[in-house]
Ligand binder design. Structure first.
Ligand SMILES: C[S@@+](CC[C@H](N)C(=O)[O-])C[C@H]1O[C@@H](n2cnc3c(N)ncnc32)[C@H](O)[C@@H]1O
Length: 273
């Protein structure tokens, strides 16, 4: 543990191994020895929280007991890249294969968008279902470890640049209202989505089962034990008729027991329990 009295001589380079350990423990993020340059991201964060330098911010964070500092560290060091209908084949598989199977269940559908970042993923799902399966009621639990990012997601407001990534002009006009600073997802699509802070490696397991789980472009940042832990958690949370969507490069090397890969090459696993 680093204390304020041991700060003398501490700088970004000496603190980097401790920061890496801390991030691994907090959220599973694995960063490399030669990535200390990422600490540059912390400069505005340290200043906004009243610390005159990054090493002082880090020392206070590593000393422990400050959830707000841990949270700022995780928020700054994780990647929040997302876009609407990211990886089109993945979404096409929902339209042509998964959606019809869900509609055949004849009941409301529960979806979990785990690690949803700024929200493009749950909103894409809401747009797709309302357009192609208008009679199928659904609810979406959208979660992420990063609090500020999740607050942005919950606002449903996106900039012009963000909506231009993945949406057609027709989708934009149909599903968004123009607002100051960009466009806001219409109320009818925001209503079925609930946003909560949730750490995939934290102690709490989801209490409900889901028919569709998205966990995309996050496992890639974890080491093997964390990835396996999260996979077990996701599988436990999947309903017997469920579908698990990972990033195309995040599929396990071989099919896990009870999960079968779809041949679309886009990251879908079907529950076969
Ligand atoms: C690259 S984004 C992926 C967003 C979206 N799923 C997509 O594919 O477009 C990764 C997200 O994972 C979140 N994340 C990282 N570690 C996490 C953890 N342990 N639990 C939950 N979310 C985590 C980050 O905050 C970030 O928003």
């Amino acid at each position: 543990m680093v204390t304020m009295s041991s700060n003398v001589g501490l700088n970004e380079t000496t603190l980097w191994p401790l920061v890496r350990q801390r991030l691994r423990a907090l959220c599973g993020l694995v960063l490399q020895e030669d990535q200390a340059y990422l600490l540059n991201r912390l400069e505005p964060v340290a200043r906004s929280l009243g610390f005159p330098s990054v090493p002082l911010f880090l020392s206070a964070t590593l000393a422990g007991g400050r959830d707000d500092l841990d949270s700022a560290l995780v928020e700054s060091m994780t990647t929040h890249e997302s876009s609407f209908f990211r990886d089109p084949v993945f979404w096409e598989t929902i339209r042509t294969r998964i959606g019809p199977a869900l509609a055949a269940l004849g009941r409301p559908i529960r979806i979990w968008s785990a690690a949803c970042s700024t929200g493009q993923e749950p909103y894409s799902m809401a747009m797709l279902l309302s357009t192609h399966f208008p009679n199928m009621p659904f609810e979406i639990w959208a979660t992420d470890i990063a609090q500020d990012t999740l607050a942005r997601a919950g606002s449903g407001v996106f900039t012009k640049v963000e909506v231009e990534r993945g949406l057609t002009p027709v989708q934009l006009q149909k599903h968004f209202d123009p607002v100051k600073g960009g466009f806001r997802v219409v109320e009818a699509l925001r209503r079925p989505i609930r946003f909560d802070v949730y750490n995939l490696l934290g102690a709490a397991h989801p209490l409900r089962r889901f028919d569709v789980i998205f966990c995309r472009n996050v496992l890639v940042y974890f080491d093997d034990p964390s990835r396996e832990r999260v996979m077990r958690r996701l599988q436990d949370a999947l309903s017997p008729e469920g579908w698990l969507g990972l990033g195309a490069t995040e599929l396990p090397v071989k099919d896990a027991v009870g999960l079968k890969r779809l041949a679309d090459g886009a990251g879908w696993l079907e529950c076969t329990r």
